[in-house]
Design a protein. Structure first.
Length: 127
């Protein structure tokens, strides 16, 4: 598949998704509030300077901290407590996602090993 074809497919899917999201947001006000707040937060995270990020984040808090939607209000309160980390994230694109993924894989391996061990123990007792 050529790159142009992939881009074209992506644009078609995006248009279909956008249409579906618009329909859902018209039907459900809390969902609309949540979607708009997360889109605005995405705009905040694209800031290029600390001052710009600080201003955008302050505007975001002013607009969404006392929102009617409980989910948006909860997200806002959580982000207020993590303001400095959020500002740092906007300026530095470092992520701990690889480490988190590795930790999750280790936990999954442990859980599966425990499940197999438990299954073998039960099989020995009742088998």
């Amino acid at each position: 598949m050529s790159l142009d074809c992939l881009v074209n497919v992506r644009n078609i899917l995006r248009k279909k998704n956008d249409k579906k999201i618009r329909e859902w947001c018209q039907e459900d006000a809390p969902l609309r509030h949540l979607y708009q707040s997360l889109q605005h937060l995405s705009y905040v995270l694209k800031s290029e300077t600390k001052n710009q990020a600080d201003i955008r984040l302050k505007q975001w808090f002013d607009h969404y901290l006392f929102n009617d939607c409980a989910a948006v209000k909860s997200i806002s309160k959580t982000l207020v407590t993590r303001r400095e980390a959020l500002l740092s994230r906007t300026l530095f694109s470092y992520s701990n996602s690889i480490m988190e993924g590795t930790n999750n894989k280790i936990k999954l391996i442990k859980q599966r090993a425990l499940a197999i061990e438990t299954s073998n123990d039960l099989h020995c007792e009742f088998g």
